[in-house]
Each structure stands twice: as C-alpha cells, then as structure tokens.
Design a protein around this ligand. Structure first.
Ligand code: MIG
Length: 662
C-alpha cells in the first residue's frame, strides 16, 4: 500500500506519475517521528537485523546501513569511501526486516540520510525546508515494496537494441581519423563493437550541437561511413552554452530569456569547458522545448544516441567567485602595505611567509561547484521564480527530459540512446545514467556491482559504469575482470580520462581474451535483452540483491558481492587482483556455466552452500538457478550480427525459457 503525505508547499518534481490524494501528516506518517520545527526531520528506530536498501547511485554497500548519504548532485571525481554525495539524487529507501517499509522523499534540494551513522539503531532523514511529499509504502517483502514504488513513478526508459552492444569511449579522441583508428583496432582484432563515443573534442570550441569542421570535414558522411561498419557514434552534450556572439544557440537563448538568471534578471554566468557559459533553464517548459529541439542538428546528420554531461550543473568558477578571490588578495595587499590585519586569518599573522594567505587559498579551493554560486541563479517555473539551490537535483533530470521530449517530435516512435550523468528519480522514464568518474581501482569494480540493484530500485535500468575505470591507469587484468562483469550491465562502455593509459582492448597483449570476454556479451544478448524488456515493461528489477529472492536466508541477505540477474541467473564476478577464482555462496543448488575461451561451455551442478570457483582471466562464469535455463547465441561482432538461429538453451534439462516478445 502506498500513502502520500504532504508537508508545506512542495515543488512539483513530476517524479511520481500516478495521481494520488495527498494525506495530512498531522497524525503521523505511520513510521517514526516527524518534526518540522527546523526544516524537516524524520527519525525512526531500526531493528538490529533490519537492512536498508536503496538510494540508487550512492556510495558504499547494497545495505546502506552504518553511514550517511546526502542527495546533492555533485561533480566530484573522487569516489572514495567517505564521499557522501555523487552525481544523482535518488531519495528512495526500503527498511526491510520484520516489516518492510519504503520511503520516498520527493524533495529536490539537498537531503541527508543518516542511516545508523550518528546512532547505530537510528535512521534520520533531514532537510532544510519542510516542503516535500513523503511516500510511505508497505509491502510483504522488500521486492514487493520496490515494485509498488516503481508502479507509481512510471515506466523505465528503453534504449534502442544496438545500445545493448559494447562501446568504446575515451576523453581525447579528437578527429575522424582517431575514431577510424579505434574502429579499425576493434574490427581488425575481431573484438565486437557497436558504439564509439564522441567526447567534448568533437565540438567546435566546446559549443553544444556544433561539430568541429576541421576534425570532421564531412560529419554526416562520417556518421554514415561508421554505420556501414555497424558503428553508432554517440556524441556528448554539456549543460553550459558558450557565450559567443554569432553562436545562434547562445543568441537565441539570450533573446528569448531561456537561460537561468541572476537575482537582478541578468543571465547567470559560469565557466565550464567552453569558457564563460549560460545554463539553459530546463525547468522552464518553453526553454526545455527549445533546448531539446537543438538535438535535431545532430540527429539530422545521422546521430541516434547521446550522453548528457556536466549537468549537476558543474561549474569551474563564476565571475562572483573570482571576484571574491580578488578581494582576499586585496585584503592581503592592504596588510602588506599598511599593516591592517582586519581581513586576515590568524594563521596568516603567525606565518606571513606562507605561500598563499589563508583566505585566498580557501576561496581558490572553493571556486568549483561552490554552494554560494548555486544560490546565485534562478529558474522560471511557469512564471514563478525559483532559486536554484531549492531545486538543484532536478537539473540533469530536466536536461535529459528536454532531449527525450524533443526526440518524440523529431523522430516519433524511434528509440534513441540517451543517458545522463546527473539525475533524479523520474528521469528513469527519459534515459539511463552512467555512474560518472570512477577510477581504475578494484574497489570501484565492486562499487559498480553494488550500485546496480540500488539503481534498479529507483527505476534506472539502462545503467553502467566506466568499465576499466575512468581516472587513473588501468591494468590488463582489471580491465578483463571489469569487462567480465560489464557483459551483464545494460550500458557496457569502456571509458577513460584524458591523460590516462590507453584503455582500448587492442592496446593489451593476447587480444583474443578480450574478444572472447566481450563476445560473451553478444552470446547472452537474447537473454539480456529479453530480461531487460520484462523488467522495463513489468516494473521489475534486472539486478536484484540475493536477499530479494531468498529473503529467509540470512547469508543471502548479507551477500554484497553477488547479484541475481533477471529471473534465471546469479552472477559472482571476480573483483580482486591476482585471484584465480573466488568463493561463491549458492542459496540453492545451481548450475555453474563458464564461457571458456575456446567457445565451449563448462557446466557443473553445484550444491547449495559455499564453493571456491576457479575463474581464469579469460573466462566468464554465471550460475543458472535450479530448474531454469537461458538462451545462448553464437558470438557476433555487433548486435545486428547476432544470429537468433544459433540460439541454444543452456541450463537444466527440460527447462523452458520465456522469451520476451515485442
Ligand atoms: O570535466 O568531457 O564524467 O566522462 O570524459 C570533465 C570530459 C568533463 C566528465 C565526464 C567524463 C568526460 C569528461 N567530463
């Protein structure tokens, strides 16, 4: 059962699509205690064995207990263990123990989930303003609660079929020839490939919807040339629109008043990749329609997929921020000249030889993504002016929605690939997400695994991480192990940052290992696609924690490094270096299937319990549930080339598989 409570005057985020009558919270919300004295605060006690699921794209475990998390979309590439905010804001949790209760806080500003951090047995959810909708969902078990939640937030986005292939990306591909070399490296070595991503360097001076004509002399022709090789090019779109007289997107936006504004009504300015930019006011219906319409420029040149970046929105600095650094510099100059220490920090007086005075250093350090800057601009929401920080978590959502709504006009009924960095629940209807700037760390492979079910709970099905790791230098074994997990994630993309070690599969020795591991993705495509479609159409999860399927099994409930995938499989990837296998827990008898490098399948039935499963670097293991089977095709070089006639059922004798019929 779902109950909707209203506090104060909430902002209508349109996260929930189902119309429901809002109840007054005067006699409680059925769980914990709510206070609206200073902002909003819900406190409730957790049982010792309760598990708390949810929060979508968040740090740490599948069970979120024991730490705190702040939904406050942030461009921060250092996803270390104590980071509390990443790029998304997914305010849905399920407290699961003797009872099972879901809570969705539909609130678009920063909100803190203290899940047993301050006190181990206490859940405290708090935010600055008591203006929100709170949805309280009760169900028979955790999965039942999730399904009810999914039902009220609308159907998940479905990408085109080709987007289930493997993609290569790198920040640093500049020219058509760079891209040709990548495609050639893959095709020549028979490593499957369906997509190559264009990062910011394809644009003319980082201007959205433009293409650098020196680097891509005939862009439409190049898109076609790639399509002839079964490759889709996926360009990036950034949130900031470059300020440049003569650039029509900039000029139109200014003229029509479609950019975010300062308090005095002038267009807000922030520096991002193009230099000074304005942000399109994607919370304004007309501006959203206008900005979305611009994607047509690339679609008309044959493009059928995009990724939206920097849409927290990220800022390097603002004129106001730079000014505040200058002020601190002047204060210090005054002190040096006249000995006036009034504006200085104590530490500066103690050590005037310090390279940078305290305040200068502090302000310089705060230039990027500064809290004060997020209070300096406003949105026009149906004629009402709304300060950005109050709706901060909705920007990426609405930028992506702008594109998706426009696609309906530009190419009605056509599926276009679309995924975003920043997001809020509701955006799952318009696109997928990738989980941002991870690192080439083994711990981030495990983090990738843990995030998948949490994201699915919040409706995000088309998701994945930068395989191999974005920042830092990858290693051959890390990339292979990460790919052996990535073959299961709907978005399967290898992406790396500028300046890092080359990370395309053909850069490493024994490329046949890569071609085999990625080939498994294509062998599993009939299963993965069919299960994805079922999950999307039936409001189900593609990845489930083991505890969702085996709720009575305490070990399953605590398993954080294995997942159920679709209805028939369990996966248990290797995520540590120098391992030739791993311990796997089987909550019931299952059939281990290993995709061997020679194309054969190794099959063995394993009893319920703990097993050490040997997995070489070039093998991909999975576990078929007792009495089930899955369709497996022959490997192929692209999604189009997967031959359905080669499908064979693999698993338990006599089992049947329900293939999703479109
Ligand atoms: O400030 O476009 O997360 O995937 O390669 C960095 C360059 C901007 C951040 C994205 C990353 C992308 C990078 N972008």
């Amino acid at each position: 059962m779902v109950k909707k409570y209203v506090f104060g005057t909430p902002f209508e985020t349109e996260a929930v699509t189902e119309h429901m009558t809002a109840l007054s919270p005067d006699s409680g919300v059925g769980i914990g205690e709510v206070s609206t004295q200073e902002g909003f605060c819900l406190r409730c006690r957790m049982g010792t064995l309760d598990v708390v699921y949810g929060l979508g794209e968040a740090n740490r475990g599948i069970n979120k207990r024991g730490y705190l998390y702040v939904s406050d979309c942030t461009d921060d590439p250092e996803h270390v263990e104590d980071k509390v905010s990443l790029y998304g804001a997914h305010n849905f949790i399920v407290i699961s123990g003797e009872t099972h209760v879901g809570l969705f806080f539909d609130y678009p500003a920063a909100i803190c989930f203290d899940i047993g951090y301050t006190r181990q047995d206490m859940l405290t959810v708090s935010c600055g303003y008591a203006d929100l909708y709170l949805y309280v969902i009760t169900g028979d078990d955790a999965y039942d609660v999730v399904k009810q939640f999914r039902r009220i937030i609308g159907k998940s986005y479905i990408p085109p079929r080709y987007a289930f292939g493997y993609g290569q990306s790198r920040w640093g591909y500049r020219t058509a020839d760079d891209i040709r070399a990548v495609v050639d490296g893959y095709r020549r070595n028979h490593i499957p490939l369906d997509m190559v991503y264009l990062d910011i360097d394809y644009m003319q001076d980082y201007k959205d919807f433009t293409v650098n004509s020196e680097r891509f002399p005939d862009f439409a022709g190049f898109v076609e040339e790639m399509r002839a090789q079964q490759i889709h090019l996926i360009p990036i779109i950034d949130a900031g629109v470059k300020i440049e007289p003569g650039y029509d997107v900039y000029e139109e936006g200014v003229e029509k008043g479609y950019f975010c504004k300062r308090e005095d009504g002038s267009d807000f300015v922030a520096a991002v990749w193009p230099g000074w930019t304005h942000f399109p006011d994607v919370l304004n219906t007309e501006a959203r329609e206008w900005f979305g319409g611009k994607y047509e420029r690339l679609i008309s040149q044959g493009i059928d997929g995009f990724w939206n970046d920097m849409n927290e929105p990220a800022m390097f600095y603002t004129p106001e921020g730079v000014e505040s650094v200058n002020e601190a510099v002047s204060e210090y100059a005054r002190f040096l000249e006249a000995g006036d220490a009034s504006g200085l920090y104590e530490e500066d007086l103690m050590n005037t030889a310090n390279a940078l005075p305290g305040k200068v250093r502090e302000r310089l350090g705060n230039l990027q993504n500064n809290e004060a800057d997020y209070k300096r601009f406003y949105h026009n929401v149906n004629g009402r002016r709304v300060r950005h920080d109050l709706v901060h978590n909705l920007f990426g959502y609405n930028m992506t929605r702008a594109a998706a709504e426009a696609f309906e006009q530009i190419a009605p009924g056509k599926r276009i690939l679309m995924f975003s960095r920043s997001s809020y629940i509701g955006m799952h209807r318009y696109g997928g997400i990738w989980t941002g700037d991870n690192k080439s760390w083994w711990s981030h492979l495990l983090l990738n695994l843990k995030m998948m079910p949490s994201l699915n709970m919040c409706g995000f099905l088309y998701t994945g991480a930068d395989l191999g790791g974005f920042g830092a230098n990858t290693t051959r074994d890390l990339l292979l192990r990460w790919l052996a997990f990535g073959v299961f994630t709907p978005l399967m993309r290898n992406h790396a940052a500028l300046g890092t070690r080359q990370q395309e599969c053909y850069q490493f020795e024994h490329m046949e290992d890569f071609s085999h591991v990625i080939g498994v993705r294509y062998r599993l495509l009939p299963y993965l696609y069919s299960e994805y479609m079922k999950a999307a159409v039936r409001d189900e999860m593609l990845f489930r924690p083991l505890g969702f399927v085996y709720p009575g099994d305490r070990i399953a409930v605590q398993t954080e490094d294995q997942l159920m995938l679709g209805n028939e499989l369990m996966i248990a990837p290797v995520y540590t270096q120098n391992a030739d296998g791993r311990m796997v827990y089987l909550p019931e008898e299952m059939k281990l299937v290993k995709f061997m490098p020679d194309g054969s399948l190794y099959e063995e039935i394993l009893e319920k319990g703990v097993h050490y499963v040997a997995v070489a670097l070039n093998e991909v293991p999975l576990f078929i549930r007792k009495g089930r089977c899955i369709p497996v095709a022959d490997a192929a070089q692209s999604v189009d080339a997967v031959d359905e006639r080669t499908i064979k059922m693999t698993g338990y004798e006599g089992a049947e598989y329900e293939m999703f019929a479109e």
